[in-house]
Design a protein around this ligand. Structure first.
Ligand code: CA
Length: 264
């Protein structure tokens, strides 16, 4: 999987000329990684720039794909939290990309906002039938798109707007940074806190080590995927309580998930 990460990085840099700037941001403030990650799929550079600027100003993290094939690749590699998907794309249309996202059990629930220049009612219906959560007609104002993005996020991922995160008997208060399990305080280092927060926001989803590195640590190239194992171990030790189930599931050769399993 290290290979996938190495392959993906130059691709993402190529896709997104702002990546090097964002890299600097991540090093300055690692919390930026925990912002919801939005994939913009659009082949018009000016529109991409406008969307990136406005979404990042609205406290989202963005990634860009210029055609449908790249979109599907980025979706499986980085697991974004929402996709803004242009209808008219080279090679594979936005509608087809949306259908494929919906067909894959891994991405079935990924929120999608479809962009299109066509305003006809029949197209709108086709767009929604393909499984898009919302549909925005070009031209649109940046503030409208940001508002619609926030609305879809609120509806489909309410967890991103909460002040506290809860899963099973784990509770995380985001303002006081207090974590409890079964009402007992859990003491965590800053990395374990970010790791747990990322997983609490996306429970029961399996993340590869490389994906956790990108989201929790940022796009720094010199961290080994094994580092993730070290911090997962620390997180497990801090959260484990006698008689309570281990909430971190290790998926062999895949990665980790926060998951309460009913088996003994
Ligand atoms: Ca287009």
């Amino acid at each position: 999987m290290t290979i996938a990460r190495k392959l993906m990085k130059p691709a993402l840099r190529w896709l997104n000329p702002k990546t090097s700037d964002r890299l600097k941001d991540f090093k300055m403030n690692k919390n930026t990684n925990l912002k919801p990650n939005i994939l913009i799929v659009e082949d018009e550079p000016a529109l991409v720039e406008m969307l990136q600027y406005n979404l990042e100003k609205a406290a989202f993290r963005t990634e860009v794909a210029r055609d449908g094939e790249e979109a599907l690749l980025v979706v499986s590699e980085t697991k974004p939290d929402l996709v803004i998907l242009d209808w008219m794309l080279p090679y594979i249309s936005g509608i087809e990309v949306c259908r494929r996202i919906r067909r894959d059990p891994e991405t079935r629930d990924l929120p999608v906002i479809m962009l299109t220049a066509r305003g006809e009612e029949s197209d709108r219906i086709r767009g929604l039938e393909s499984g898009a959560d919302d549909y925005v007609t070009k031209p649109f104002s940046p503030s409208e798109l940001v508002a619609r993005t926030k609305a879809v996020m609120r509806r489909t991922r309410p967890i991103f707007n909460s002040e506290a995160l809860t899963y099973a008997d784990v509770h995380m208060d985001l303002s006081s940074h207090r974590v409890t399990r079964n009402d007992k305080i859990v003491l965590l280092g800053p990395t374990e806190f970010r790791l747990l927060r990322f997983l609490l926001e996306r429970p029961e989803r399996v993340f590869e080590r490389e994906q956790l590195l990108d989201h929790v640590w940022g796009l720094e190239a010199d961290i080994e995927p094994r580092t993730v194992d070290v911090h997962i171990r620390r997180l497990r030790m801090a959260m484990n309580q006698p008689g309570a189930p281990d909430l971190i599931r290790t998926v062999r050769s895949a990665g980790y998930a926060l998951e309460l399993r009913n088996e003994v």
